[in-house]
Ligand binder design. Structure first.
Ligand SMILES: [Zn+2]
Length: 562
């Protein structure tokens, strides 16, 4: 249904392009051909005028939004019409936490995402090892034992028969644990006597024998065996990731834990047209000083922006690396791993504030989140002249309920991944017991407290599908509809809130709300088009809404085949 009561926003003067953040001068737009997107429901993301019939675009910028008659009349006869054919259009969906290189590498290396048992894992491995060269390390990622009939992680004893000679390293989907076979452990010099490194764990069985599972910093012990991708492979990975993501319907992503050199490569690939989608980079900590000295780095087409640093406070819940205030309910001898110390953190924070660098820190456990809020607060208090910092906590999964309001009070953004909740809630009750679930994945409580949530997928940890994420946010159910009281159904969000979590709020969380995040005149023409109206269809149908078209700067970068 088109809301004809919508007050049409007249085509604004073409000079508006000047404030659209465009790289071209305002008068360049006057000759640019006008394209009109119409023929389906259009959601603007604006509370005061949530829907429209047509959007006019020229030179990558939105010129007008309103009724079809008015937009067509104002645009003139030369305008090109893009017919939505009944599909629904939204502001560009942005994945606020993803790993761009990993998304591409997932396509280029052994992908274990769909594996449903240890038996199936071993079968795929056996096949892969047959094609490997002598001595070559077989590397794969994406396995997750949740729901497996064996109900445990794989060990080196599972892998050894499939690969007695080639080292094998298979990373768990969350990226915080891996399983290595005996050949890999031996090549890395790990035996039963090797001590756990700081912030990591070599998992051992009851007899003290290393099982092959390495958690968090212990993964570094075998890192040298994994071939880091060469320049050409990286370029291929980024090109692939851009295509894969555009085909899912994302117009952009916030790229986490980026090697500083890779940020430059992405910029070059955007400028030569290999990478189409927008990328907002959070570089690794060694990039802090350069970023602080040089300020934010943007590509000359405006699509790539680097102005943040990513840090780690703890590990993940699945591998019991998340730092908890009280011990794990299903393993009382551990409370998780702290990966950062207060003094180091404050030193980094002060340098970041001085250089205008945004800090985005991974924190999953309740203790990790509490300490991080303490340390952020300490840094903010020590730099009272600094404002509009927009620092983020990545994941913010398990919170003490008393800490929820502190996000709002400190203006800290929560960067959360709805699919983590629907994946984790199968095992979170075991890890945490019943009482700590109140502040777990507490989207609704955070929003009600006034917190901005920038939502994402954490791909390749999760699939990286905006429809799965949107569904998870509004349904808070497994993909098969599963939900129990432990899942805290009240923490689901409304569809209007979910839309903001993937559009307007990611724009704010990357300092780009003046140019991105809503469909209104003067902003960049970034649109996501799904076959169905996900704001109104029954919940279960959201998963099959299918992307139809993805538009960045008015350019159609993906179009589904009919
Ligand atoms: Zn991540």
């Amino acid at each position: 249904m088109i809301d004809l009561r919508l007050p049409a926003v007249a085509l604004l003067a073409l000079a508006l392009t000047a404030c659209g953040g465009a790289d071209k001068p305002a008068d360049a737009a006057s000759d640019a051909p006008v394209t009109i997107f119409t023929g389906g429901m259009i959601y603007t993301g604006l509370d005061e005028a949530p829907t429209a019939e047509a959007v006019a675009v020229a030179d990558g910028v939105i010129l007008g939004v309103g009724t079809r008659a008015l937009i067509e009349e104002s645009a003139g006869d030369d305008a090109v019409i893009v017919n939505l054919e009944g599909a629904a259009m939204y502001p560009g969906f942005t994945d606020s936490h993803a790993h761009f290189l990993g998304i591409g590498m997932r396509e280029l290396t052994l992908n274990l995402e769909g594996v449903r048992s240890i038996e199936a894992l071993v079968a795929i491995l056996t096949e892969t090892v047959q094609d490997a060269e002598q001595g070559e390390t077989v590397y794969g990622r994406g396995w997750i034992e949740t729901g497996w009939p064996e109900a445990r992680m794989p060990t080196r004893d599972d892998l050894d028969p499939a690969s007695p000679d080639n080292p094998v390293i298979l990373r768990r989907a969350d990226g915080h644990a891996l399983v290595a076979n005996t050949a890999a452990l031996e090549a890395a010099g790990i035996d039963d006597a090797t001590a756990d490194p700081d912030g990591g764990r070599i998992v051992r069985d009851a007899a003290g024998r290393a099982t092959g599972i390495l958690v968090d910093n212990a993964m570094g012990l075998v890192a040298a065996l994994i071939e880091t991708p060469g320049e050409e492979t990286k370029r291929q990975a980024y090109a692939t990731a851009s295509k894969v993501y555009a085909a899912y319907g994302w117009t952009g992503l916030h790229n986490m834990s980026v090697e500083p050199a890779n940020a430059n490569m992405i910029t070059a690939l955007s400028e030569d047209g290999t990478v189409d989608i927008r990328v907002y980079n959070s570089v690794d900590e060694p990039g802090l000083d350069a970023l602080a000295a040089n300020g934010p780095q943007a590509s000359n087409n405006g699509r790539i922006l680097t102005r943040a640093v990513k840090l780690y406070m703890d590990g993940a819940l699945g591998s019991r690396g998340a730092l908890l205030t009280e011990p794990y309910s299903d393993q009382p001898e551990t409370s998780g791993l702290a990966l950062m110390r207060r003094q180091d953190a404050l030193d980094i924070f002060n340098r970041a504030i001085a250089g205008g660098v945004q800090i985005n820190t991974h924190a999953i456990g309740d203790e990790a989140n509490r300490l991080l809020l303490d340390w952020y607060a300490e840094a903010f208090a020590a730099n009272p002249e600094a404002n509009d910092l927009r620092w983020r906590i990545e994941h913010a999964q398990i919170l003490h309920t008393e800490d929820i309001q502190r996000f709002a009070d400190l203006s800290v953004i929560a960067s959360m991944q709805p699919s983590h909740a629907i994946g984790d809630l199968y095992f979170a009750p075991d890890r945490l017991g019943p009482n700590r679930l109140d502040g777990a994945y507490a989207w609704r409580s955070l929003i009600d407290a006034g917190v901005i949530i920038a939502a994402g997928s954490d791909a390749p940890v999760e699939r990286g599908d905006p429809l799965i994420e949107f569904y998870a946010a509004v349904a808070r159910r497994g993909l098969d509809g599963t939900q129990t009281e432990d899942w805290r159904p009240d923490e689901a969000v409304t569809r209007a809130q979910a839309l903001k979590m993937f559009t307007a709020w990611p724009a704010y969380a990357s300092f780009q709300e003046h140019t991105l995040g809503t469909i209104e005149p003067g902003k960049r023409a970034d649109f996501t088009v799904f076959a169905k109206d996900i704001m109104t269809i029954p919940e279960a149908e959201i998963l099959s809404a299918t992307p139809v078209m993805t538009v960045v700067d008015g350019e159609i970068i993906y179009r589904a085949e009919k």
